[in-house]
Design a protein around this ligand. Structure first.
Ligand code: 3HC
Length: 318
């Protein structure tokens, strides 16, 4: 049944006035669907993102590094839970969202399909991946959908710790032995371009951005956020004497932007459509974890049913 035209006009006026949309408010079906798509993929990204980093918890070089990485990976699980809960306020079940991930129907951030080959990758992920996420999520903290925007506020605070611990790892390695510096530079070389892809396709190729922008979900475009990330990161790389793998990088005095070279959109398309370096392994790991956690879900459901029966029984007796 088509949305009520008057309600649609009122909704558009609310968005134009900068109002926040709450779960019980009327919203266009497209708005709801777009938010479920975006929020669930964001939540999936947080959960799948635990895999590449979890790979190094047992091999962290010091107890301090291990504690920092453990805390970060635990945070990411929490971020996933916040955003899944936010998506559920739109009338979709957690089980349905998880099934979409496990069956490959839903996307998650392409960046997590790349391997973590050395300890320096953990530094590059914190610095680049969480750094890019902060740029994106700081914008989403002003999104028109209340539960999503509010989730971003706490998540951004934790991401700042994630980025700082990653940058410190890279600064330490870059100032270390020649072999450590080479390891850091190799990680920069492998993670830089896939990190730029986190912001999505260029604006002209983005099928969702126009609608998301009109409805105040995206306050800045994919290209604007990507440019902001590059502008922030060039100085950070120079400060620790690491080189970003882009010979085309050059500063534009007029715009104050760092112009960068072409992104390999063919690689991006391959990775987001399941053909990246580790897509199959990531999905297999999530399916295995889901299967081995079935007993926890069954026990929790049995406990909830028992408690419901008990309270139902005591209510009848009262
Ligand atoms: N990885 C996988 N898929 C991507 C992608 C990426 N980096 N960038 C774009 N896509 C997909 C989109 O999902 C869309 O496909 P779909 O229509 O089937 O969903 C298609 O490519 C076209 O892209 P659009 O720009 O039209 O899509 P969006 O308007 O949704 O923009 C986005 C893409 C910028 C990723 C946006 O969805 C977004 O901001 N999402 C919320 C933030 C998020 O998901 N961040 C994940 C980072 S990981 C993370 O935060 C963990 C932290 O701990 C590091």
């Amino acid at each position: 049944m088509p949305d009520d035209a008057a309600a649609q006009r009122e909704f558009e006026a609310r968005i134009a006035a900068g109002e926040t949309v709450e779960p019980k408010d009327w919203m266009p079906e497209r708005y709801r669907k777009q938010l479920i798509r975006m929020m669930s993929q964001h939540a999936h990204s947080e959960i799948v993102g635990m895999l590449p980093e979890g790979n190094w918890i047992t091999r962290a070089p010091t107890l301090r590094r291990k504690m920092g990485l453990l805390a970060k990976v635990q945070d990411e699980a929490g971020h996933g839970l916040y955003i899944y809960c936010g998506a559920e306020t739109l009338g979709v079940s957690r089980a349905e969202l998880i099934d979409q991930l496990l069956t490959g129907k839903a996307k998650y951030a392409s960046i997590f399909n790349y391997p973590t080959l050395t300890w320096a990758d953990i530094g590059a992920i914190g610095w680049f991946v969480d750094g890019a996420a902060i740029v994106n999520q700081t914008m989403l903290a002003k999104a028109s959908y209340g539960p999503y925007a509010r989730a971003m506020i706490r998540i951004c605070k934790e991401e700042n710790f994630h980025k700082r611990q990653g940058y410190e790892i890279m600064a330490t390695l870059a100032a270390g032995t020649p072999a450590q510096k080479r390891m850091a530079q190799d990680a920069v070389d492998r993670w830089w371009w896939p990190s730029l892809m986190m912001f999505g396709p260029s604006d002209k190729d983005s099928p969702n951005s126009a609608e998301l922008t009109r409805w105040g979900v995206k306050r800045k475009s994919n290209d604007e956020l990507r440019q902001r990330f590059v502008n922030l990161t060039v100085a950070q790389a120079r400060a620790i004497d690491l080189t970003l793998p882009d010979p085309a990088l050059r500063y534009d005095e007029a715009t104050k932007d760092w112009h960068f070279g072409p992104i390999d959109w063919a690689e991006f398309d391959r990775v987001i459509h399941g053909d990246g370096p580790l897509n199959r392994e990531r999905l297999a790991a999530r399916n295995e974890a889901h299967a081995s956690g079935a007993w926890v879900r069954e026990a929790a459901a049995a406990y909830a049913a028992k408690r419901a029966a008990e309270s139902g029984g005591s209510a009848a007796a009262a």
